[in-house]
Design a protein around this ligand. Sequence first.
Ligand SMILES: [Zn+2]
Ligand SMILES: [Zn+2]
Length: 291
Amino acid sequence: MDFLMDLHTHTAFSPDSNAPAPEMCVRAHALGLSAYAITDHCEVNCWYEKSHYTPEQLVGFSEQYADLYAFDYARSYEQSVAEITRLKAEYAGKLNLLCGVELGQATADLEVSERIAADPRLDLIIGSLHQLAGEDDFAFIDYFRMTQAEIQALAGRYFNTLLEICRWGKFDVLGHLTYILRYIEGKYHLHVELSAFRDVIAECFTVLIGKGKGIEINTSGLRQSYGKTFPTLEYVRLYRDLGGEILTLGSDAHRPEDLATGIAEGTELARTAGFSHVTLFEKHQPHFVKI
Ligand SMILES: [Zn+2]
Ligand SMILES: [Zn+2]
Protein backbone atom coordinates (compact mmCIF):
# COMPACT_ATOMS: atom_id res chain seq x y z
CA MET A 1 0.00 0.00 0.00
CA ASP A 2 1.28 3.42 -0.91
CA PHE A 3 -0.46 5.27 1.82
CA LEU A 4 -0.65 4.03 5.39
CA MET A 5 -2.07 6.40 7.99
CA ASP A 6 -2.80 5.91 11.65
CA LEU A 7 -4.68 8.86 13.11
CA HIS A 8 -5.82 7.42 16.44
CA THR A 9 -3.10 6.35 18.89
CA HIS A 10 -2.18 6.77 22.56
CA THR A 11 0.96 7.17 24.62
CA ALA A 12 1.86 7.12 28.31
CA PHE A 13 0.12 10.51 28.60
CA SER A 14 -3.10 8.48 28.53
CA PRO A 15 -4.11 6.58 31.70
CA ASP A 16 -4.39 3.26 29.86
CA SER A 17 -1.03 3.27 28.04
CA ASN A 18 2.58 2.84 29.15
CA ALA A 19 4.12 3.58 25.77
CA PRO A 20 6.54 6.54 25.73
CA ALA A 21 5.71 8.89 22.84
CA PRO A 22 9.27 8.67 21.40
CA GLU A 23 8.94 4.85 21.17
CA MET A 24 5.65 5.19 19.33
CA CYS A 25 7.33 7.59 16.87
CA VAL A 26 10.24 5.20 16.30
CA ARG A 27 7.73 2.50 15.39
CA ALA A 28 5.62 4.83 13.21
CA HIS A 29 8.74 5.88 11.32
CA ALA A 30 9.91 2.27 10.93
CA LEU A 31 6.49 1.34 9.49
CA GLY A 32 6.81 4.19 7.02
CA LEU A 33 3.48 5.73 8.01
CA SER A 34 2.55 8.59 5.69
CA ALA A 35 0.60 10.28 8.47
CA TYR A 36 0.67 9.52 12.16
CA ALA A 37 -1.36 11.24 14.88
CA ILE A 38 -0.94 10.94 18.62
CA THR A 39 -4.36 11.46 20.20
CA ASP A 40 -4.08 11.02 23.95
CA HIS A 41 -7.17 10.76 26.11
CA CYS A 42 -8.70 13.97 27.34
CA GLU A 43 -11.78 13.07 29.38
CA VAL A 44 -13.27 16.47 30.10
CA ASN A 45 -15.68 15.10 32.70
CA CYS A 46 -12.65 14.12 34.83
CA TRP A 47 -10.67 17.30 34.12
CA TYR A 48 -10.81 18.67 37.65
CA GLU A 49 -10.28 16.99 41.00
CA LYS A 50 -13.11 14.84 42.31
CA SER A 51 -14.14 17.51 44.84
CA HIS A 52 -15.04 19.85 41.94
CA TYR A 53 -18.05 17.73 40.98
CA THR A 54 -21.50 17.17 42.47
CA PRO A 55 -22.47 13.52 43.06
CA GLU A 56 -24.72 13.66 39.95
CA GLN A 57 -21.84 14.82 37.78
CA LEU A 58 -19.45 12.15 38.94
CA VAL A 59 -18.85 9.35 36.52
CA GLY A 60 -16.51 6.41 36.59
CA PHE A 61 -16.77 6.62 40.35
CA SER A 62 -16.72 2.92 41.20
CA GLU A 63 -14.09 2.54 43.91
CA GLN A 64 -12.59 -0.19 41.76
CA TYR A 65 -11.72 2.44 39.17
CA ALA A 66 -10.91 5.30 41.51
CA ASP A 67 -7.48 5.63 39.88
CA LEU A 68 -9.20 7.13 36.85
CA TYR A 69 -10.04 10.09 39.03
CA ALA A 70 -6.49 10.21 40.33
CA PHE A 71 -5.29 10.69 36.76
CA ASP A 72 -4.52 14.33 36.09
CA TYR A 73 -5.97 14.91 32.61
CA ALA A 74 -5.27 18.64 32.63
CA ARG A 75 -1.57 18.12 33.33
CA SER A 76 -1.24 15.13 30.98
CA TYR A 77 -2.88 17.06 28.16
CA GLU A 78 -0.26 19.80 28.44
CA GLN A 79 2.53 17.24 28.66
CA SER A 80 1.24 15.31 25.64
CA VAL A 81 0.86 18.38 23.44
CA ALA A 82 4.28 19.71 24.48
CA GLU A 83 5.95 16.35 23.77
CA ILE A 84 4.25 15.93 20.38
CA THR A 85 5.28 19.48 19.46
CA ARG A 86 8.87 18.61 20.36
CA LEU A 87 8.71 15.34 18.41
CA LYS A 88 7.28 17.13 15.37
CA ALA A 89 10.45 19.20 15.22
CA GLU A 90 12.67 16.16 15.81
CA TYR A 91 10.98 14.22 12.99
CA ALA A 92 10.57 17.13 10.57
CA GLY A 93 10.94 15.82 7.01
CA LYS A 94 10.95 12.20 8.23
CA LEU A 95 7.51 11.57 9.68
CA ASN A 96 4.24 13.45 9.16
CA LEU A 97 3.37 13.63 12.86
CA LEU A 98 0.05 15.24 13.75
CA CYS A 99 -0.79 16.70 17.13
CA GLY A 100 -4.16 15.38 18.17
CA VAL A 101 -6.34 14.62 21.13
CA GLU A 102 -9.18 12.20 21.83
CA LEU A 103 -11.76 14.44 23.48
CA GLY A 104 -14.03 12.32 25.68
CA GLN A 105 -17.57 13.32 26.66
CA ALA A 106 -17.27 16.84 25.19
CA THR A 107 -20.76 17.92 26.21
CA ALA A 108 -20.16 16.96 29.85
CA ASP A 109 -18.06 20.10 30.35
CA LEU A 110 -18.41 22.54 27.48
CA GLU A 111 -16.14 25.15 29.05
CA VAL A 112 -13.18 22.73 29.08
CA SER A 113 -14.12 21.31 25.66
CA GLU A 114 -14.31 24.75 24.05
CA ARG A 115 -10.92 25.65 25.45
CA ILE A 116 -9.35 22.49 24.00
CA ALA A 117 -11.15 22.96 20.68
CA ALA A 118 -9.55 26.41 20.43
CA ASP A 119 -6.00 25.22 21.18
CA PRO A 120 -3.97 26.38 18.14
CA ARG A 121 -1.40 23.62 18.60
CA LEU A 122 -3.84 20.85 17.65
CA ASP A 123 -4.12 19.37 14.16
CA LEU A 124 -6.89 16.91 14.93
CA ILE A 125 -9.59 16.33 17.53
CA ILE A 126 -11.40 13.01 17.76
CA GLY A 127 -14.77 13.41 19.48
CA SER A 128 -15.46 10.31 21.56
CA LEU A 129 -17.89 9.03 24.15
CA HIS A 130 -16.66 6.52 26.74
CA GLN A 131 -19.19 7.02 29.50
CA LEU A 132 -22.51 8.64 30.29
CA ALA A 133 -23.23 11.16 33.03
CA GLY A 134 -23.57 9.39 36.35
CA GLU A 135 -22.58 6.03 34.86
CA ASP A 136 -19.37 4.05 34.60
CA ASP A 137 -17.15 3.87 31.56
CA PHE A 138 -18.69 1.38 29.13
CA ALA A 139 -15.51 -0.66 29.62
CA PHE A 140 -16.29 -1.21 33.29
CA ILE A 141 -20.02 -2.03 33.27
CA ASP A 142 -21.05 -5.58 34.21
CA TYR A 143 -23.46 -6.32 31.37
CA PHE A 144 -24.32 -9.76 32.78
CA ARG A 145 -26.28 -7.94 35.48
CA MET A 146 -28.46 -6.22 32.90
CA THR A 147 -31.58 -7.41 31.09
CA GLN A 148 -31.77 -7.18 27.31
CA ALA A 149 -34.16 -4.23 27.67
CA GLU A 150 -31.67 -2.44 29.94
CA ILE A 151 -28.86 -3.04 27.44
CA GLN A 152 -31.00 -1.61 24.63
CA ALA A 153 -31.86 1.40 26.81
CA LEU A 154 -28.17 1.96 27.58
CA ALA A 155 -27.35 1.79 23.87
CA GLY A 156 -30.11 4.34 23.26
CA ARG A 157 -28.56 6.72 25.80
CA TYR A 158 -25.18 6.19 24.14
CA PHE A 159 -26.42 7.10 20.64
CA ASN A 160 -28.51 10.04 21.86
CA THR A 161 -25.53 11.47 23.73
CA LEU A 162 -23.41 10.99 20.59
CA LEU A 163 -25.98 13.06 18.71
CA GLU A 164 -25.59 15.85 21.28
CA ILE A 165 -21.82 15.68 20.80
CA CYS A 166 -22.27 15.84 17.01
CA ARG A 167 -24.54 18.89 17.37
CA TRP A 168 -21.83 20.58 19.45
CA GLY A 169 -19.45 19.54 16.69
CA LYS A 170 -16.17 21.25 17.59
CA PHE A 171 -14.00 18.33 16.61
CA ASP A 172 -12.79 16.85 13.32
CA VAL A 173 -13.98 13.24 13.36
CA LEU A 174 -16.36 11.25 15.52
CA GLY A 175 -14.43 8.51 17.35
CA HIS A 176 -15.18 4.78 17.21
CA LEU A 177 -18.92 4.92 16.57
CA THR A 178 -20.53 1.82 18.21
CA TYR A 179 -17.74 1.68 20.83
CA ILE A 180 -20.18 0.03 23.30
CA LEU A 181 -20.12 -3.11 21.16
CA ARG A 182 -16.46 -3.65 22.06
CA TYR A 183 -17.73 -4.68 25.47
CA ILE A 184 -21.34 -5.77 25.08
CA GLU A 185 -20.72 -8.00 22.07
CA GLY A 186 -16.95 -8.46 22.02
CA LYS A 187 -16.33 -9.14 25.69
CA TYR A 188 -19.70 -10.26 27.06
CA HIS A 189 -21.05 -11.89 23.89
CA LEU A 190 -24.41 -10.21 24.42
CA HIS A 191 -26.48 -8.62 21.70
CA VAL A 192 -27.48 -5.06 20.86
CA GLU A 193 -30.18 -4.65 18.24
CA LEU A 194 -28.40 -1.89 16.32
CA SER A 195 -31.14 -1.57 13.71
CA ALA A 196 -33.22 0.15 16.41
CA PHE A 197 -30.71 3.04 16.31
CA ARG A 198 -30.26 3.38 12.57
CA ASP A 199 -32.27 6.62 12.52
CA VAL A 200 -30.30 8.31 15.29
CA ILE A 201 -27.03 7.16 13.72
CA ALA A 202 -28.19 8.60 10.37
CA GLU A 203 -29.07 11.84 12.17
CA CYS A 204 -25.54 11.93 13.68
CA PHE A 205 -24.12 11.58 10.17
CA THR A 206 -26.40 14.26 8.72
CA VAL A 207 -25.35 16.68 11.47
CA LEU A 208 -21.66 15.85 10.97
CA ILE A 209 -21.87 16.22 7.19
CA GLY A 210 -23.64 19.57 7.59
CA LYS A 211 -20.77 20.80 9.75
CA GLY A 212 -18.06 19.45 7.44
CA LYS A 213 -17.00 16.88 10.03
CA GLY A 214 -16.06 13.26 9.52
CA ILE A 215 -15.97 9.83 11.06
CA GLU A 216 -13.17 7.35 11.61
CA ILE A 217 -12.82 3.69 10.90
CA ASN A 218 -11.34 2.50 14.18
CA THR A 219 -9.60 -0.83 13.58
CA SER A 220 -8.99 -1.79 17.22
CA GLY A 221 -11.92 -4.22 17.15
CA LEU A 222 -10.15 -6.30 14.50
CA ARG A 223 -7.42 -7.31 16.98
CA GLN A 224 -9.87 -7.71 19.86
CA SER A 225 -12.58 -10.28 20.51
CA TYR A 226 -15.16 -8.11 18.71
CA GLY A 227 -13.44 -8.94 15.41
CA LYS A 228 -14.87 -5.99 13.46
CA THR A 229 -14.20 -2.30 12.93
CA PHE A 230 -15.95 0.55 14.75
CA PRO A 231 -18.21 1.13 12.92
CA THR A 232 -18.76 -1.77 10.52
CA LEU A 233 -19.09 -1.51 6.73
CA GLU A 234 -22.87 -1.03 6.97
CA TYR A 235 -22.51 2.28 8.80
CA VAL A 236 -19.47 3.53 6.88
CA ARG A 237 -21.58 2.97 3.77
CA LEU A 238 -24.55 4.79 5.33
CA TYR A 239 -22.30 7.78 6.08
CA ARG A 240 -21.08 7.70 2.48
CA ASP A 241 -24.60 7.35 1.06
CA LEU A 242 -25.73 10.38 3.07
CA GLY A 243 -22.93 12.40 1.45
CA GLY A 244 -20.09 11.93 3.94
CA GLU A 245 -16.63 12.55 2.52
CA ILE A 246 -14.32 12.91 5.51
CA LEU A 247 -13.00 9.58 6.72
CA THR A 248 -9.91 8.81 8.79
CA LEU A 249 -8.31 5.50 9.75
CA GLY A 250 -6.99 4.75 13.24
CA SER A 251 -5.76 1.69 15.09
CA ASP A 252 -6.37 3.08 18.61
CA ALA A 253 -2.97 1.55 19.46
CA HIS A 254 -1.88 1.92 23.08
CA ARG A 255 1.52 0.26 22.47
CA PRO A 256 4.02 0.33 19.59
CA GLU A 257 3.34 -3.22 18.37
CA ASP A 258 -0.32 -2.36 17.68
CA LEU A 259 0.45 0.69 15.56
CA ALA A 260 -1.25 0.58 12.15
CA THR A 261 -2.70 -2.89 12.75
CA GLY A 262 -5.87 -3.39 10.75
CA ILE A 263 -5.33 -0.22 8.72
CA ALA A 264 -4.95 -2.15 5.45
CA GLU A 265 -8.27 -3.92 6.15
CA GLY A 266 -9.85 -0.61 7.14
CA THR A 267 -8.69 0.95 3.88
CA GLU A 268 -10.22 -1.90 1.92
CA LEU A 269 -13.46 -1.45 3.85
CA ALA A 270 -13.41 2.26 2.97
CA ARG A 271 -13.07 1.39 -0.71
CA THR A 272 -15.91 -1.12 -0.47
CA ALA A 273 -18.08 1.57 1.13
CA GLY A 274 -17.45 3.79 -1.90
CA PHE A 275 -14.59 6.00 -0.72
CA SER A 276 -11.79 6.87 -3.12
CA HIS A 277 -9.97 9.05 -0.57
CA VAL A 278 -9.20 9.16 3.13
CA THR A 279 -8.47 12.31 5.08
CA LEU A 280 -5.72 13.69 7.24
CA PHE A 281 -5.67 17.01 9.03
CA GLU A 282 -3.27 19.87 9.43
CA LYS A 283 -4.55 22.43 11.97
CA HIS A 284 -8.05 21.00 11.37
CA GLN A 285 -7.81 21.54 7.60
CA PRO A 286 -8.72 18.31 5.82
CA HIS A 287 -6.36 16.95 3.17
CA PHE A 288 -7.66 14.20 0.96
CA VAL A 289 -5.41 11.32 0.02
CA LYS A 290 -6.27 8.81 -2.68
CA ILE A 291 -6.59 5.20 -1.61
ZN1 LIG B 1 -11.76 5.99 22.74
ZN1 LIG C 1 -8.53 5.95 21.76
